[in-house]
Design a protein around this ligand. Sequence first.
Ligand SMILES: Cc1cc2nc3c(=O)[nH]c(=O)nc-3n(C[C@H](O)[C@H](O)[C@H](O)COP(=O)(O)OP(=O)(O)OC[C@H]3O[C@@H](n4cnc5c(N)ncnc54)[C@H](O)[C@@H]3O)c2cc1C
Length: 389
Amino acid sequence: MSAALDLVDLERRARTFAMGAAGAVHGAVDEDASARRALDLLAEQDLLRWTVPPAQGGHDTHDLAADDTVSVRALCAVRRGLAYGSGMLDVMFVEQGLGAFPIVLGGSPKLQSSVLPEVARGTRVSAFALTEVGAGSSVNEVALSAAATDDGWRLNGAKTFISNAGLAAFYTVLVRTGGEVGEREGLTMVYVPADARGIEVKRFEVMAPHPIGEVHFHDVNVAREHLLGEEGQGLDLALGTLARFRTSVAAAATGFARRALDESMAHLDGRRQFGKPLSAFQGLRFDLAEMDTRVRASELLVDEAAELVDTGGDATAAVARAKMYATETASFVCDRAVQHLGGLGVKRGSVVERLFREVRALRIYEGTTEIQRVILAKDILRTHRERNS
Ligand SMILES: Cc1cc2nc3c(=O)[nH]c(=O)nc-3n(C[C@H](O)[C@H](O)[C@H](O)COP(=O)(O)OP(=O)(O)OC[C@H]3O[C@@H](n4cnc5c(N)ncnc54)[C@H](O)[C@@H]3O)c2cc1C
């Protein structure tokens, strides 16, 4: 048994680094330059190694991950720290793991050993491609067609809302090799190098810095050796990847929220109106108490979910609770922080203005709040019925 990993120290190191690096990342000339700068700095700090298994260049998880792949507790510690300082650092960190995890789950040993160490070093950028115009919350609607060829498949169709579109060196893509659109059956996951002939990327912007866009596939050939898992098993790989990474979205939300709370407290203590500090007014003090309690509750829910995922327990309800509560809380806390700063809260360039925009998407990606409610209600009702039958 190896020594225990100090998660508190890991979070503190990630936070200190992010606070120091945020200026260089957010001050880059454009979004791509900012993303690349973030990736280089994360690689320099050796942080990307938390996104792949130890056997393929990742850090030793010190027995935290029961399956010896990627520790969710370590991911959460890093994301909490990074999100406190910079949304771009947080996004570029996690996308490496999200795009690579289907290879961890189902890639051939050859593919794993050629791709994953480079993901850990930041020299190959990952992207995870599920969503389509017609397939959002309902992944069964995936339609991107993969017609069989002599030695693999030919892809036609498009993905949208793909983080790292255009920056990525490869996409792990959910495609339809059989069945009808709307059916669970016939979905398959494949590895597609970004320089494959027939790929076209169309970038768009979202409300906070985040490299994202559409990826179009025009007669793109995929070799059989780039199949991930087995044909028809794609949904298991996609959902298995989300199950591993979703809790870390909640962790990032707590990092953003904690920063907003700290910004609020500093401002309310420092700013005087009506002859006293704003922090002397009971209405605002009650706000702080509410914000603090919700952030702490979020952190505890994240810790519970991450431990369950790491140890291979039944984490369904815990992960849904953590994702739903922490991301909703982050929006609530960032909104209150904007209010506490008054005009400065909406002034472009202020920290809380940035946080307010950065947290919004967390309630949407990797399963919306409503989908977490659907999952949670189903799971708690099932447990209730089993207990009472
Ligand atoms: C910043 C950002 C980054 C992203 N990155 C990626 C990526 O890298 N790869 C990728 O594949 N995708 C990515 N996505 C896509 C994301 O996963 C989807 O946006 C998300 O799954 C929701 O799908 P949708 O946008 O089609 O919304 P829809 O599914 O159309 O939902 C619209 C609304 O209806 C609600 N709704 C849907 N079904 C139900 C239901 N059964 N009950 C109650 N309410 C329901 C939803 O909660 C939502 O409020 C990203 C999205 C964003 C915003």
